[in-house]
Ligand binder design. Structure first.
Ligand code: FEO
Length: 387
């Protein structure tokens, strides 16, 4: 396994996790990478590491360039174990290496690994001279944990952005212009929707913090390195962080005897009649992490479930819990469903969407099986609410 050159003296030495299909609940159909980078200068510097079970791969890639025991500095941009899991092994090989990390990074790494490593907590505006190259740091708290920071390599104009601008794709291609654009941006959006979405304000602050930098390359800790499409991904992040939506609807539902599904299609017809694109997202067939990719930009979020045991179906409850945590804003919501007697599922969904801060339309409830006339009325009612 070899290192891959990013620029003269700068190498990708990460790992490709081809088999990963679930990243703490987020379905990663295309696998993932954990990106670590090696800077060869008078001082040898490793930026981040990889998940613990990928450490051999990282060490092999480093060893193709330099003996890992020669590493002088390790920059830890983020404590989460997909980036710090390789630290114990690399520090066994290079015990003298100094770990440059944020104050919260030091706290987090100590709490995770209980080791008296050679830590250096970065002070505001601190720079680190590597010989001919210089790195600086900018805190980016909550993108994705309180400890997060980004590292900037001045002379080469490279931003090592850690989780920001990542995508979960297992690939041997290393650059944004080497993989199809639709896959690249779909995975970047899915990543944002499932990992970064709750932290829009912090993303805006992070974007401000890096706005003064001259950036030629963004090297995130997951997926491919951005070199050709930097303005496009920055523009997407700007929109996503501001919770800007498109005129589209996500209709998310589960159904017991197809009555709630019939209501879902009646709602869909209203959007279609108004030329508003919709996505029908049956919770039996769509994973909640994929649904979030559509919710990321959908102005209308409609959620339906029949009533079962005085509540909604567990698939709908799981989705709503996930949605609330990811906290999208500026949406219009609608709760709908069929019921036999109690009908509690629909107000429960309505409350859950209200707790997300959505502007709610009046709920749609149908007893048992909707008649054709009732379905037409639902379509008409929703159509009347639309501009
Ligand atoms: Fe890729 Fe927050 O770790």
């Amino acid at each position: 396994m070899k290192a891959i050159k990013i620029k003269e003296g700068i190498y990708w030495v990460g790992a490709i996790d081809w088999d990963l299909r679930n990243f703490h609940g987020y379905i990663t159909q295309r696998g993932a990478t954990y990106n670590a980078f090696l800077i060869i200068d008078e001082k040898i510097t490793l930026i981040d590491t990889v998940k613990h079970y990928c450490t051999d791969e990282m060490i092999a890639r480093i060893s193709s360039i330099v003996d890992p025991s020669k590493i002088d500095y390790i920059v830890s941009n983020h404590v989460e174990m997909d980036h710090s899991g390789g630290l114990p092994r690399i520090l066994e090989l290079a015990p003298q290496a100094c770990i440059y990390t944020s104050p919260n990074g030091e706290k987090g790494l100590r709490a995770h690994y209980k080791k008296e490593w050679n830590f250096h907590s970065i002070k505001p505006n601190e720079e680190l001279n590597l010989g001919t190259k210089t790195i600086s740091f900018a805190p980016t708290p909550m993108v994705h944990w309180p400890d997060n920071m980004v590292t900037y390599l001045k002379e080469d104009k490279i931003l090592f952005s850690n989780d920001a601008f990542g995508q979960h794709i297992a690939t041997t291609e290393r650059f944004d212009d080497e993989i199809p654009n639709d896959i690249l941006f779909e995975e970047a959006a899915k990543y944002y929707a499932n990992i970064v979405l709750p932290y829009g304000k912090q993303v805006q602050k992070a974007m401000d913090a890096i706005s003064g930098l001259d950036i030629e390359i963004i090297a995130p800790s997951h997926g491919v390195v951005w070199r050709s499409k930097i303005p496009q991904i920055l523009e997407e992040y700007k929109k996503w962080a501001a919770n800007e939506t498109e005129n589209t609807a996500a209709i998310i539902y589960d159904t017991m005897w197809n009555s709630t599904e019939k209501i879902a299609y009646a709602i869909q017809a209203a959007f279609e009649n108004k030329n508003i694109n919709t996505k029908m997202l049956n919770l039996r067939h769509n994973h909640i992490s994929d649904i979030m990719t559509y919710v990321l930009t959908a102005k209308y979020v409609c959620v339906g479930s029949p009533t079962i045991n005085n509540n909604m179906l567990p698939t709908a409850a799981a989705f709503l819990t996930y949605l609330k945590g990811l906290a999208p804003k500026n949406r219009t919501g609608l709760a709908f469903g069929s019921y036999g007697w109690g009908g509690q599922s629909i107000p429960h969904i309505d409350n859950a969407l209200k707790e997300c801060g959505f502007d709610m339309w009046e709920m749609v409830k149908i007893n048992y099986i909707p008649e054709e006339k009732q379905l037409e009325e639902i379509t008409q009612k929703i159509e009347n609410l639309l501009p």
